[in-house]
Design a protein around this ligand. Structure first.
Ligand SMILES: [Zn+2]
Length: 103
């Protein structure tokens, strides 16, 4: 899905590989000790890490639960599964444009 060197030293994918899909993809992870879930857009994640060369694994190590200050676990890529037409009509999901905390 990306040029060579898409995998970082920790074996997870670099954030910039998701940049072409930023309108419909976001990262999701959950707190290990409370029901809180953190959703973060691709662009917001790159901004937080300061570089698109940062990896999904590094993002996971950076994210913390704002309630219990525990690390956010199992950060993975998530997809807005609406059709492109629908996304155009209804607009992007808020989680693709910044950070959304729920739970
Ligand atoms: Zn928590």
């Amino acid at each position: 899905m990306c040029e060579s060197d898409s995998i970082g030293p920790d074996g997870t994918v670099r954030l910039r590989c998701y940049q072409p899909y930023a309108k419909s993809h976001f990262f999701a992870g959950s707190c290990g000790s409370c029901p809180r879930t953190i959703l973060i857009g691709v662009e917001a994640a790159i901004e937080m890490m300061g570089s698109g060369a940062a990896t999904v694994g590094e993002l996971g190590r950076r994210l913390k639960c704002s309630r219990c200050n525990r690390r956010i676990e199992g950060v993975r890529i998530a997809v807005d599964n609406r059709t492109p037409e629908c996304i155009r009509r209804e607009g992007r999901l808020p989680e693709t444009m910044g950070i959304v905390v729920s739970g």
